[in-house]
Design a protein around this ligand. Structure first.
Ligand code: SAM
Length: 288
């Protein structure tokens, strides 16, 4: 069966009484080259254990199965159970788990289902939960690479350099943990039903250590969030209101880090944020 052929997928799904769910972000691929190119971009071999989120009818799953040691696919929609039983028949190295990826203990899942393998993620993610899913995949630090298709807008935010219009708190979080690469775009006409937006494939590679050092990582992310929560304010005003600090504390930290107190957060790279965080941390520790 050709799992990206529109007529074949439609016949398969209607035979099993399947209905597309918008709230589950169900846009299935109907262009042969896309799952192949996504799987190739994930740089897999026999030693790799792949976590896939949302196999759908399994078009990417079979590509992963042919290249990796093992594939663990987590699918929320139980009505795809008989469909996947049919399409993945004979793919002995695929395990399908029916459940919500956001409710899994991801480290435990990897240890149990992909033991002894190099863990990576490869998926065409449901777009409505891209940010929480990526956060949940990055936090445990157990994946060497994460190769995913997401909305182009989100892909640009994740890969954005300092000072660009797409630069923001989520991009800084991802770039803190992973090196980011925007690989290629996929137009809406490669899916059924067609999404309203263009998609893009990104590859994230785990960093050995963060790009810069900081005295207080938790405070760094609180500073970054406060800076971008009120984008149009100066960094001083954003940090005063966002972190409930006095103007004097914030201005001293920014000045001690070597910046002008009128600077805007979106112009700072992560090194700049780290310097200001460290100065703030010194002031707050001294004030205790
Ligand atoms: N991999 C298929 C493809 O490329 O054609 C389907 C991708 S579709 C964009 C997203 C898939 O994720 C759907 O099968 C959907 O049911 C599933 N899904 C949505 N939310 C999920 C969640 N929280 N946990 C696991 N799977 C989820």
């Amino acid at each position: 069966m050709n799992l990206t052929n529109y007529d074949e997928i439609r016949a398969l799904l209607s035979r099993h009484g399947f209905r597309f769910s918008k709230s589950l972000g169900q846009n299935f691929l109907t262009a042969d080259w896309v799952p192949r190119q996504i799987a190739e971009s994930a740089e897999l071999d026999e030693q790799t254990g792949v976590l896939e989120i949302g196999p759908g009818v399994g078009c990417l799953t079979v590509q992963l199965s042919e290249r990796a040691g093992k594939v663990l696919s987590v699918e929320l929609d139980k009505s795809l159970m008989p469909v996947l039983a049919e399409t993945l028949r004979g793919h002995e190295n695929v395990e399908v788990l029916f459940g919500d990826i956001l409710k899994q203990d991801i480290s435990a899942l990897v240890a149990e289902s992909l033991p002894g393998l190099r863990p990576v993620v490869c998926a065409n993610l449901p777009y409505n939960v891209t940010t929480p899913v990526l956060t949940a995949l990055i936090r445990p630090g157990c994946f060497e690479t994460i190769t995913v298709m997401i909305q182009r807008e989100v892909a640009r935010r994740i890969c954005a350099p300092a000072g660009s219009p797409d630069y923001g708190a989520f991009g800084i979080f991802v770039q803190w943990h992973m090196e980011t690469e925007l690989l290629f775009e996929v137009p809406p006409n490669c899916f059924v039903p067609q999404p309203k937006v263009t998609s893009a494939v990104i590859r994230l590679k785990k960093r050995e250590k963060p790009p810069v050092e900081t005295r207080n990582e938790k405070l760094l992310f609180a500073v970054v969030r406060a800076a971008f929560n009120q984008r149009r304010k100066t960094l001083t005003n954003g940090l005063c209101s966002g972190l409930n600090l006095s103007r004097e504390q914030v201005e001293n930290a920014i000045k001690n880090a070597g910046f002008d107190t009128k600077i805007r957060g979106e112009t700072l790279d992560v090194g700049g944020f780290a310097k200001i965080t460290d100065e703030l941390d010194k002031i707050l520790s001294a004030d205790l």
